[in-house]
Design a protein around this ligand. Structure first.
Ligand code: SAM
Length: 367
């Protein structure tokens, strides 16, 4: 593995001063409402909320064990946004045009009483409320999450081959328990269940076809994800990326596919349908076919920083605003001002050199 850059410094690197500067420049007491556009005319539509920076897996490409070991200092409880704080910020984002909220992490099902947060967010109105999980605790929680108002789930599963999967999650977790979680989610009505498989060359590309075969005709949608250079700990190399084109070619050779239109503007996954009517797959080609142009996603970290890109290296400290009794209008204006000056397009300008630029870790910012 290449040199590991410690991320602790990055987590405290904050652009709080720039929030104050933005607010001074704005100088209005009226809350921003309605759609806001960034410098490239991209609207603010999706919010990913990381509810914990902890995970019960140590996926080699995300939270490698040699960094996230027993010594690793996860955020102390007092630093986490409370459910009330998360809901308040989420409501402000919704008023600014967000229509889709995804709970993530870390592993979101590790956050105690998550169902209570789901219930609070479900009351925000017409919002597509979803969650991404590794599935380890899903069999136990699918029904209560559904009852609380969750609409759908995405489950990460990198292989159906037990030794391969156990090696990738690096905590010896078996495939069968994730499959139980997927079944429980479908029975609870959290469907269609999406299944995320990150493809890393040399690790699991031989699992692409078995995965496609297994879920074809099941009603679940497998999404194959190009391995990305998120964070600074996974030792990413371009050679490790199996391109979406290669993935589609290999599936199409056995199970013919036809391209399908996006279900909505800004959809991350490219959609492909099986020609025989056996459902569809998605491919997320953020490395070989960057989709920055349509990116409408904002991220809220576990400790309340607002990030405008998955590959950012600094966020805006909304928790400081929340905890100094700022009015909703002040927070809303700060978010709108930050979004209006957003110019991120990391994936479009990625090179072998940018991969080593410090970035926040996905477990903290929310995958
Ligand atoms: N713990 C949850 C899970 O496993 O789904 C949610 C958080 S995880 C960071 C969210 C998604 O990001 C997972 O599907 C994971 O496979 C994906 N992911 C993590 N690191 C990645 C990387 N380097 N490249 C591509 N996808 C990655």
């Amino acid at each position: 593995m290449s040199t590991v850059i410690p991320i602790a410094d990055l987590r405290i690197a904050t652009a709080r001063d720039s929030i104050d500067a933005l607010l001074r420049a704005k100088g209005s007491d009226a809350p921003s409402t309605g759609s806001v556009l960034d410098t490239r005319s991209r609207a603010l539509r999706d919010l990913r909320i990381s509810v914990t920076d902890r995970c019960n897996f140590r996926c080699v490409y995300c939270m490698p064990k040699d960094v996230y070991d027993a010594e690793y200092k996860f955020l102390p409880r007092a630093d986490l946004l409370t459910f009330e704080e998360i809901t308040r910020v989420a409501r402000i984002f919704v008023d600014l045009g967000v229509s889709k909220i995804r709970l993530t992490g870390g592993e979101p099902l590790l956050r105690r009483n998550l169902e209570r947060l789901v219930e609070m967010l479900a009351r925000l109105g017409d919002v597509d409320l979803t969650l991404t999980t590794n599935g380890a605790l899903l069999a136990k929680k699918a029904q209560s999450l559904r009852d609380a108002g969750l609409k759908r789930v995405t489950v990460s599963l990198d292989s159906l081959d037990d030794p391969t999967f156990r090696a990738m999650n690096d905590v010896d977790f078996p495939v069968a328990r994730v499959l139980e979680g997927i079944d429980a989610a479908a029975s609870a009505g959290l469907s269609p269940v999406k299944i995320n498989m990150v493809v890393k060359r040399g690790a699991n590309e031989s699992s692409i076809l078995p995965m496609a075969r297994r879920f074809k005709g099941s009603g679940h949608i497998v999404r194959f994800i190009e391995y990305m250079d998120v964070g600074a700990t996974n030792g990413w190399k371009m050679d490790d990326v199996v391109s979406a084109a290669e993935i589609v070619r290999s599936i199409d050779a056995e199970m013919p596919l036809v391209g399908a239109d996006p279900s909505y503007a800004g959809e991350v996954a490219g959609r492909w349908r099986y020609r025989d009517g056996g459902g569809e797959i998605g491919v997320i080609a953020s490395v070989t076919q960057a989709f920055c142009r349509d990116c409408t996603r904002a991220r809220l970290s576990t400790d309340g920083r607002f990030y405008t890109c998955l590959f950012a290296n600094a966020g805006y400290d909304l928790r400081a605003l929340l905890r100094r009794d700022s009015a909703d209008a002040e927070i809303s204006n700060a978010i709108a001002a930050i979004w209006r000056q957003r110019a991120d397009r990391y994936s479009e300008i990625r090179t072998a050199n940018t991969a080593s630029v410090p970035k926040v870790e996905m477990s903290y910012i929310g995958g």
